[in-house]
Design a protein around this ligand. Sequence first.
Ligand SMILES: Cc1cc2nc3c(=O)[nH]c(=O)nc-3n(C[C@H](O)[C@H](O)[C@H](O)COP(=O)(O)OP(=O)(O)OC[C@H]3O[C@@H](n4cnc5c(N)ncnc54)[C@H](O)[C@@H]3O)c2cc1C
Length: 401
Amino acid sequence: MAAEPIKVIVEKCVGCRLCIKACPFGAITVVEKKAVIDLVKCTLCGACVKACRFDAIELKKGTETTMDLSAYRDVWVWAEQDGGKVQSVTYELLGEVRKLADALGMRLAAVLLGHNVRSCAAELMERGADLVYLADRPELEYFQDEPYAAVLTDLVKRHRPWIFLSGATTVGRSLIARVAVAVKTGLTADCTGLAIDSATKNLLQTRPAFGGNIMATIITPNHRPQMATVRHKVMKEAQRIPGRSGEVIVQEVAETLLRTRAKRIRYVADTGTKVNLAEADIIVSGGRGLGKPENFRLIEELAAVLGGAVGASRAAVDANWIAYSHQVGQTGKTVCPKIYFAIGISGQIQHLAGMSSSDIIVAINKDRDAPIFKVATYGVVGDLFEIVPKLTDAFRKALGK
Ligand SMILES: Cc1cc2nc3c(=O)[nH]c(=O)nc-3n(C[C@H](O)[C@H](O)[C@H](O)COP(=O)(O)OP(=O)(O)OC[C@H]3O[C@@H](n4cnc5c(N)ncnc54)[C@H](O)[C@@H]3O)c2cc1C
């Protein structure tokens, strides 16, 4: 039978219950003055080990690695492109990751997959990449999970990056998780902060946890590459330095890597969404306070006058008042516009998780105690049906529309 990864040394345990208080997962009980760990609930986080004053809990995480970490070098960014246009999240990553590469004394590489995308490589170098690994094949013209993941996995195995990052976009999340599994390393999703531990050279990967109530910093000490996805709009884009150049390394791609079980038939654009929520500088969001789907017209009118995008709370989406693609929050999109209007939205933690880093938040709610006012820059207590049309008119006049 395999040894248990965590165990209570009963001779040392005095039943003091400190471990119960420390365990965030409710995995420990005390039975007959001895701690008992429920291995189904336990995540091996080690909080109980630290809390025990009697060294009565032993944790074997199996963290020993046979991996030769010294064989790994350089910091990689997956360059997401669509139709030959590099996505802005990639430039955000390059801006931040340039600092990490400099701190490590390593090169910053962009990994570019596609067809006829050589011009993207030039722009990636102008935005800070020292080198670009380019896999250019007709089969890679459009994103598809299987061939993209296979090609990236092959590149990682061949070149062994120290760190490998991607934007936490729909495509990035889907792709990079496959690569992490294939190369048997960890992956931290949705980071909002990255830094280097100067002592260990480990990547400190920070992301909100428990519905945004705490910030967790995660490390991957025993495996390489250290992989993470990074949220859109939390980092500043790298400035373009015209004429800055580097090395383009064209990669051979084996036919076997390009096999896929899925076939792309056609691309159907979501024509209902006039402004991309994740890219928008102004977002006007509506919630259950609108009362019925027709009233979303008020939100759409204000958004149209401001040239902004329409967002929504999950309550509005669940009620089928608006499509899921507009949902902001923990299970929707994370946004960081210059101005966010929350109209008839109470401001539950799951909604805040997706919008609280907006520069300016304007809340309109008839309940003065609504939690949204705690994060709002400007709060208007009142009936949205009176306030929003007046606001739309005032903006229309002020903007000459
Ligand atoms: C695992 C999980 C994930 C979730 N993910 C998300 C997510 O991604 N995004 C999200 O939004 N939610 C999410 N939720 C749901 C979240 O908890 C809330 O239920 C939801 O955000 C509430 O939406 P709301 O603010 O529109 O509705 P309510 O909480 O019902 O608030 C409606 C607000 O409108 C105000 N109002 C009513 N009439 C008027 C009026 N005439 N004028 C002005 N104000 C008025 C009310 O005072 C109230 O504050 C999630 C929940 C769970 C459990």
